[in-house]
Design a protein around this ligand. Sequence first.
Ligand SMILES: [Zn+2]
Length: 379
Amino acid sequence: MTPITYELIKTCKQTGARLGRVHTPHGSFDTPTFMPVGTLATVKTMSPEELQEMNANIILSNTYHLWLRPGEDIVREAGGLHKFMNWDGAILTDSGGFQVFSLSDMREIKEEGVHFRNHLSGEKLFLSPERAMEIQNALGSDIMMAFDECPPYPATYDYMKSSVERTSRWAERCLEAHQRKDVQGLFGIIQGGEYEDLRKMSAQDLVSLDLPGYAIGGLSVGEPKDVMNRVLDFTTPLMPSNKPRYLMGVGSPDSLIDGAMRGIDMFDCVLPTRIARNGTCMTSNGRLVVRNAKYARDFGPIDENCDCHVCKNYSRAYIRHLIKCNETFGFRLTTYHNLYFLLKLMEQVRTAIAEDRLGDFKEEFFEQYGLNKPDAKNF
Ligand SMILES: [Zn+2]
């Protein structure tokens, strides 16, 4: 009996996008959905109460970072990550693989796992499928991710092939090492870069393990947008239709819509929270850099079409002032708005699927966001 189940509610007749619901031991959430990222057991500057208020039902946290600080023993002693951070909704943890490959240099990939150095202290560390499962079992997330190799983009075919084969062997070891199958679901990660036959091989290997959900990894790593869409076009049909499909590391509004249209149910990205701390906002009319001088005397809201409490109560001029002065409250306001904006966008996507008009919605949204202009910024 798996603790994670997927219920397909409806398929959009215009696009094939899926409207569904994922059930977890910590509640259910409607899909397609966006998961705010809480790297160190906090979505930077947001309280769990605020996340609830904006209807976030699932957040993501990072195994690698929590392993280093405060260490999984402390989280286990606290009663698990939900209790530790006072978040009662669902939590997904990544495996640490991405950080090992992106943050640390001097890494050595071996069959048993990866030897590397702590990006903070330089200390030698080792992460393996078994260790990644042990840490995630201690954290107690509802959805755990298999430990995979994240090859760089671009990678040669031969490198990618041996990497995919290793990721499949590691996924088997993860399943074997997973100690709490009744309360935590393990998702596999389909790799293979832009090579269709390797994505197919990866999907077949992982689907044979009958895991409760599957992710697509190795995208949003610097490849052009049309490459990502092409990979999604041939990869999502390889994924079981009765299980959730998660596209890792994607959070720009256009990619969320493009992904949903290709049958993706779950997304996560640091983009909305990271750019918020630089004073950049996502709005219905495209991106807005609120720290720019032209907003110094602009007493209107960040986005006149947004009904979040930030847009109802605070002006561009005030938020600009706070951010220019490095005031924490300024970062809180832009972060709240950006997350609200993306969660609201996913709600609009779900409504459009329910009404069989996601294709029309995409056209309208892209036009208003400025994505149809030749010099459009990618978010
Ligand atoms: Zn707003």
